[in-house]
Design a protein around this ligand. Sequence first.
Ligand code: HEM
Length: 138
Amino acid sequence: MASKELTYQDVAEHNTKKDLYVVIHDKVYDVSKFVDEHPGGEEVLLDVAGQDATEAFEDVGHSDEARETLEQLLIGNLKRNPGDPKPKAPIPGAVAPPANTSNATGLGIGLYAIVLLGGLAAFGAYQYLQQQQAVQSA
Ligand code: HEM
């Protein structure tokens, strides 16, 4: 059943409310019958119709129950072709602001660590030289 292979192109053709495929973690789901039942509303599903919905799905933090529902809608695997949109690849300028902020924070901490380590190394070298001088002049 779920062994069907679909390309991104195939999925993109199913982008209407009555015929709605989405890709989540490289698997293809037919959510046509679920649109009306979705507790998060039909709008969000229509937004990602025929596209990769991995990020949208994960951002919400769906429950295990939601994931089970998803399993029932599975129709196949995505066959990725070169040039297809990548789900998680950060697109410059198209990253959501919260993601940006956390990235910047991560970099900030990394820079801090580098500066701190550099300082420690310099201090260590200074101490060592002082010691050497003390030994020589003794
Ligand atoms: C395509 C497969 C999807 C399935 C099977 C699914 C299923 C569910 C289920 C069962 C819930 C109830 C809460 C829970 O159990 O986590 C839920 C809530 C929700 N879903 Fe989805 N969902 C899907 C896709 C999406 C997508 C692509 C979005 C895009 C943003 C989305 C947004 C939401 C939101 C915002 C809620 C919270 C609604 C609320 O608490 O008022 N869902 N979904």
